[in-house]
Write a protein that binds this ligand. Structure first.
Ligand SMILES: N[C@@H](CCC(=O)N[C@@H](CS)C(=O)NCC(=O)O)C(=O)O
Length: 219
């Protein structure tokens, strides 16, 4: 059986879990937090998620895992057949990662420590998020799915990226970032209603207290 290593408070972990659940692939969750030797043994950068494949190969980096799962398990496809459309889906995922996820992550230490975000950091983060807003406004269709008529990897990827963008935007910048992209909030809301999203969210909430405890123990 495929093993999924990491912890449910991580949105990167959750997007891979969402793909596994969507494709109805049997998998086992193996709890591991950042900074452990156990994780470094299977993840070169010490990051979660990691999967261990049926052949015993360890793969990290969420978008690489998404591609591996799609290439290996072709039923319930999450990328379109045509290369141009596939590129469109991947472009949305890449832009979501670079200009939505990563700037929002810079706010996490302030959220965890309860210290105010320095203005210089807030300015930089807003700038990058604005780039993401412009790009995603141009690329996303929400008709009804992010890349058009077909539900795709971009829906799963962007939805889990948005959990952090939305919470950090509102709590640290007093900014409803998702509202800046026409159609995104409604689409996000409908994604959150799916049975898979709800079960992933329940696991996320359940893991949060332990995740915070181990984070405090490290600092
Ligand atoms: N680029 C990586 C990022 C993964 C990532 O940042 N994971 C966080 C959890 S959300 C992590 O492992 N943090 C532990 C650490 O940095 O020590 C991916 O796409 O999988």
């Amino acid at each position: 059986m495929i093993a999924l290593h990491g912890f449910a408070a991580s949105n990167y972990y959750n997007l891979v879990k969402h793909v596994l659940l969507y494709k109805e692939l049997p998998f086992q969750e193996k709890l591991v937090y950042g900074g452990s030797e156990a994780l470094l043994a299977i993840s070169p950068a010490g990051k979660v998620p990691v999967i261990t494949t049926l052949e015993g190969l360890h793969i990290s980096e969420s978008s690489v895992i998404c591609d591996y799962l799609e290439d290996t398990y072709t039923s319930k496809p999450l990328y379109p057949e045509q290369p141009a459309q596939r590129a469109h889906v991947r472009q949305i995922m890449k832009i979501a990662e670079l200009y939505f996820e990563l700037p929002s992550r810079r706010l996490l230490p302030y959220a965890f420590s309860g210290t105010p975000v320095p203005e210089s950091v807030a300015v930089e983060v807003r700038q990058v998020l604005n780039r993401g807003i412009t790009a995603l406004s141009r690329l996303c269709q929400f008709s009804p799915w992010v890349a058009g008529k077909q539900f795709s990897m971009a829906d799963i990827y962007l939805y889990h990226v948005n959990t952090i963008v939305s919470s950090m935007g509102v709590s640290q910048l007093n900014w409803d970032v998702l509202a800046e992209v026409a159609g995104m909030k409604q689409w996000n809301e409908s994604m959150s209603q799916s049975a898979i999203a709800q079960s992933v969210e329940a696991d996320r909430r359940a893991n949060m207290p332990e995740f915070i405890r181990q984070l405090k123990a490290k600092s």
